[in-house]
Structure formats: structure tokens, C-alpha cells
Design a protein around this ligand. Sequence first.
Ligand code: NAD
Length: 368
Amino acid sequence: MTATPRIVLLPGDGIGPEIVAAARRLLEALGEFAFSEREVGGCSIDAHGTALTDQVLAACRDSDAVLLGAVGGPKWDTTDPAAPRPEQGLLGLRKGMGLYANLRPVRPSPALISASPLREERIAGTDLLVVRELTGGIYFGDSGRDGDAAHDTCEYSEGEIERIARTAFESARRRAELGGHAARVTSVDKANVLETSRLWREVVGRVAGDYADVELEHLLVDNAAMQLVSRPADFDTILTENLFGDILSDESAMLTGSLGMLPSASLGAEGSPGLFEPVHGSAPDIAGRGVANPLATFLSVALMLRHGFDRAEDAARIEAAVDAVLDRGLRTPDLLGGTVVQPPMAEDPTPETEVGTEEMTDAVLQEL
Ligand code: NAD
């Protein structure tokens, strides 16, 4: 990596430009970075007729990390299969940057725990990571129609399984070191039915041999879906394939009850740039009003610092600052209505204060 890390900013559409501008302020407060801002999604369709140009992809591949806001909006909704769609920008980035691992940490902020649809005693202590394979499986296999029938094919090679398994074991190890707990991977498959899952289980088991310090358990996907809501705090690192990961990561996201709080990282081969983005979409219903919650994007910046730049301390500073502003009762409108959790004997519960994107950003910068 060059001395000054080079970050490509892709604000995208809807609230994307607002939250990425806020994230840029956060990064500027943390150190020196060289930024280059580019178009992706709907705004790129308007300007260039395609959701991702070759030049933007080349700039991303040549960077040290990419921060994305969100893409899409009603303006570009179409059922015409030939028309360009904003999400093609995302798929193009994943494919073009070789991003085969998607990491989604789920750690409900203590002050927002009452926003979870689960009872507090169930959700308390939840701190898990979903590691999803992103470029293989049924989403990328042969598909088609034959008369009145249709098919989608699920395929995985040993190499594809091995590299994502290594990502999960390495992540579990790093989480254990930081958290001072035992390292654990839960591999999720459907090995009682699917041949790709039996290969998955075999390869994951073999890779586990290189990580004697990491405990491995296998869980069938239907069981995993149930366990995630009945005992979420028991999970540490969940390793799974593309389709199962798509569903389970959204299920895990809902555990926190607040879409505006969830970050994600998509990573490729060692040394290549990763893509960091909030889990939520472009929220066209609130775009341009200055009320978007920037915290998921800030937590995505924390993932960038931890996984992209090996700056775990700065990442932890951001996470602590986010927790602190929530503890103070600051809420963007999407977070209002929860209860601020208080120490048992507190006399005056901290009242919630409604703030916009800019005030929330100021408060986080102050806490840093
Ligand atoms: P969405 O996540 O954009 O919004 C869902 C609801 O959550 C909305 O009410 C929105 O106002 C609210 N919300 C989301 N993020 C918020 C934030 N940071 N602060 C405050 N409120 C927030 O999902 P949607 O409405 O289904 O999709 C809108 C557009 O976003 C669609 O075009 C969709 O295709 C696109 N989308 C993009 C991505 C991405 O870029 N990664 C992901 C999902 C959806």
C-alpha cells in the first residue's frame, strides 16, 4: 500500500451522497487519505448510459479501498430487460474487483437493544459475524427456461469453498484475539440434501485442520435459521454459501431492528482493495432532507480501517464513538422510539434527542 491510502468514494444515489460526505468528514478527522469521487448506479446511467463505466471500475481496482453509499431509486425502476439497472453497478464491482467474501458484523448497540424485535434477554450479548460466499453458487450457475420449466444450477468448486473458509477461520481468530474469547466457526449448509453442501462440508472440515485453535460446528441451514432467532448470542462466526448467506445475513440484520446501523465489507484476494458499504439502500423517501442516519456508513469506515488498512485501533475508536452518541440519546428519525437503556438504578432516563445527519456527524467527531 502507498503511504497515503487512496480511497475511491462512490456516493451513488438517494441518500448515498449525504452519508458518504459525512463519512469523508470522519475519515479526514482520523488521518490523511487521498480521495477520488466517482459515479456508480443510477447517476452513472444518467451520465454515461451504464451503471458502471470501465474507467470507474479501473479506478476502484487501482485504489486501496472503496467506500460505497447506495444505488437505485424509482427513477431507474424498469421491467425492460434491456434497460440498464443501478444494481448492475454493484454486481459489476463485485465481479470486476474479485470480491468473493462478504462480511456482515451484527452487534446491536447497547443503547438500541430495545429496538430489536426479539426480547432483550434473548438479544443481549449478541455479537456475530456472517461470512457469505459472494461470487459462486446458484446466483452464478447456468439458468434458463425450457418450455414450461425453468432451472437454476448451483455449482461450487473446492477452490471457491476453501478460500471463503479461510476468510472465515481467519476472521474468527482475529475476533477471538480482540474479544478475548474462544474462536468459533459455525458452517451452514444443507448436506443432508445437496451435493454442493456435502462438498462444502468436506472442504471446510479439511481447512479446519489448519486452524486447530478455532472450534468448528456444522449446522443445517433450516436449523441455523431457527437458532439465529432463538439463541443469537451463542453464535460467533457464521460461514455459508451465497444463497443461504443472502437470507441468513438479512435475518441476522433484523436482530438489531435498525437498518440504519449495519455495515458490510466485501473482500477479495489478500492485498487487493475491498468494498465497504452500509447494508441499507438509497432510501429515496428521505433523500435530500438531511435526516439520513450516517452510522452504518461510519461503521463501514471502521471495517475499512480494520480489514483494509490494518488500523484496528482507529476502527475501535469509531465504534466506541458511535456507541457513545447513542448512549447520549442522540437519534436520527429512523432510530427514534426505542428506549435508552439505563443502569438499573438511574433516576433520570436519558431523553432521546432528534438530530439530522450533520448533527449526528458532529457528535461522532466530537466523541472521537
Ligand atoms: P432502503 O434500505 O433504501 O430503505 C428502507 C427503509 O429504511 C426506508 O424507509 C428508508 O427511508 C429507511 N432507511 C434506509 N437507510 C436509512 C438510513 N441510513 N437512514 C434513515 N433511514 C433509512 O430499501 P428500499 O426502500 O427497499 O430500496 C430503495 C432503493 O435502494 C431501491 O432502488 C433498491 O433497489 C435500492 N437498494 C440498494 C442497495 C445498495 O445499494 N446496496 C441495497 C438495498 C436496496
